[in-house]
Design a protein around this ligand. Structure first.
Ligand code: FAD
Length: 350
């Protein structure tokens, strides 16, 4: 018998920012934490694969999903003093809370720390999965802990920030806890009176006319920059940066500089590796603004693949493979997707 709250053959296009056609065999929304164990048991009983869906802003479906999609719709935000620091507070937000709304909530309550992460689409629960980051700040800078339901132990667990293994667009939730942890809530440590983070050059430039920029100034500048550079998924389907910025060894970077003296690069978390902007590599490979049918590379930001209207997941995947192949041929660099491609084997298959 089918659970009363499960819908069948649900279109996923409207639930994802790429908007490509795909269906979930079964779909339900999780509004109460205590309903989760039963839902998962029912899916296991029917031998169905399960997929957690937040705002769908980091996913590309290349075929129908043959199991149960659970859209995380848990809500609630609470604020309490930080017992360890008088000038800090701890904010706990349920996984289904919209991320940008949480950023605005904090700003409106004079809490500093999230303003650089304004306008990142999606849910709070997905934020630790790829350690979201923008304009010089990443979730790791403000995260206190993550609460999740462990499908293996059937227990609710808590991981402190250090245990989440957060690094550039990566976390334990993409590795050991992949398909195992359902994130229920996220706890952040924010400051009542810290200065905002202004290290990112584009942000510094945008705020150069303001003597002591406030968190509100940073928020406004970040929103303005993002609106001018990134396509709005409601107008042009996309999932933000399609590829991660590649890390190369110092010797490979130095060899590349001989052929490409204007190659930009950044320090990475490791002193042995240099981070290169994938957008620059893709642009040099001639892909900026190109399209194959309705699957395209954005005209302003080459790292963003876009759906001009009727693209399928397969077409976007084929375009991504062609872009990656060109970059490999020209620079001998392997691009890896930042977007979650479903099924994952579709990317490795080429
Ligand atoms: C225009 C645009 C701009 C973007 N800019 C940025 C940016 O600046 N920086 C950045 O880091 N990202 C950016 N992104 C990517 C995206 O917004 C983030 O990755 C975001 O955190 C995804 O949230 P979501 O709720 O939409 O996740 P989804 O796409 O629904 O899911 C993403 C992954 O998380 C898993 N997941 C979701 N919720 C849970 C949960 N509760 N428990 C366990 N797993 C879960 C899913 O199964 C999937 O693997 C951008 C995307 C777009 C469209």
């Amino acid at each position: 018998m089918l659970n009363n709250n499960w819908l069948q053959n649900v279109a996923l296009g409207p639930l994802t920012s790429f908007g490509v056609p795909a269906q979930a065999r079964y779909f339900t929304r999780l509004e109460q934490e205590d309903e989760l164990p039963i839902l998962l048991q029912e899916a296991d009983h029917k031998d169905l694969p399960v997929l957690m869906l937040g705002g769908g802003s980091n996913m590309l479906f290349t075929e129908d999903f043959p199991g149960l999609v659970i859209q995380i719709a848990l809500t609630g935000i609470s604020v309490r003093p930080d017992p360890e620091a008088a000038d800090k507070v701890l904010i706990t937000a349920a996984a289904g809370e919209n991320w940008h709304a949480l950023v605005e909530f904090c700003l409106n309550n004079q809490l500093v720390g999230l303003e650089n992460l304004a306008l990142i689409p999606g849910s709070t629960g997905a934020a630790p999965v790829q350690n979201i980051g923008a304009y010089g700040v990443e979730l790791a800078d403000v995260l206190e802990h993550v609460r999740y339901f462990d499908r293996r132990t059937q227990q609710v667990q808590q991981l402190g920030v250090a245990e989440c293994d957060l690094s550039y667009r990566d976390s334990i939730f993409k590795h050991e806890l992949k398909d195992r942890a359902v994130i229920l809530s996220v706890c952040l440590r924010l400051s009542k009176n810290a200065c905002p983070q202004l290290s990112y050059p584009t942000l510094q430039h945008a705020l150069s006319g303001i003597a002591n920029p406030s968190a509100r100034d940073v928020f406004d500048a970040v929103c303005a920059i993002r609106r001018s550079k990134l396509p709005d998924p409601r107008v042009l389907g996309n999932a933000g940066s399609f590829f991660r910025n590649p890390l190369v060894s110092i010797s490979q970077w130095q060899a590349l500089l001989l052929s490409w003296p204007d190659l930009p690069s950044y320090a990475s978390d490791s002193p042995d590796m240099r981070k290169l902007p994938a957008a620059w590599l893709i642009e040099k490979a001639g892909w900026k603004g190109m399209r194959l049918g309705d699957a395209g590379v954005h005209t302003e930001q080459a790292l963003v693949l876009v759906n001009h209207g009727q693209a399928t997941g397969q077409q976007l995947l084929a375009l991504a493979h062609q872009v990656a192949r060109s970059v490999k041929v020209l620079f001998n660099i392997t691009l890896e997707p930042e977007v979650n491609i479903l099924p994952a084997k579709a990317w490795q298959g080429q």
